[in-house]
Design a protein around this ligand. Structure first.
Ligand code: 5GP
Ligand code: ZN
Length: 119
């Protein structure tokens, strides 16, 4: 399924639910987390609905590679200080025991001066 009408992140991509956009291209969307843990906290998602990282396969290699290359650039753009003094954290909660609440694969990108609210 490339789009799930009941998925809140699919609705955010479509603009049916407003979000503070960080980045968009044909395949990738990034937006600020509504409940940030850190001074910088945004989510990166594929536009195609993929339930979690547990569902990825070889057809997603290019997408995942592009997301990973993009993440550090967006982190700097959003205010993370450069490595090594600054930096950022990428988290992809996967499944119930991984703490996943929204079942559209997403990467949390968090950074900024500590202390953080969580983590
Ligand atoms: P998970 O636990 O699934 O990794 O985290 C889902 C994240 O999505 C949470 O950090 C939560 O704050 C964020 N989130 C949930 N609903 C919305 C929303 O409607 N808008 C935005 N911007 N973030 C959301
Ligand atoms: Zn979705």
């Amino acid at each position: 399924m490339s789009h799930d009408p009941n998925c809140i992140f699919c609705k955010i991509i479509e603009g049916k639910i407003p979000s503070r956009k960080v980045y968009e291209d044909d395949d990738i969307f990034a937006f600020h987390d509504i409940n940030p843990w850190a001074p910088v906290h945004f989510l990166m998602i594929p536009k195609k609905h993929i339930a979690s990282l547990a569902q990825v396969d070889g057809t997603h290699t290019d997408l995942l590679g592009r997301m990973m290359v993009l993440a550090p650039k967006l982190a700097l753009q959003e205010g993370c200080r450069p490595y090594p003094e600054g930096g950022f954290r990428i988290v992809s909660n996967t499944g119930a025991e991984g703490g996943q609440e929204v079942h559209h694969m997403h990467w949390h990108v968090m950074g900024g001066p500590r202390p953080w609210l969580r983590g």
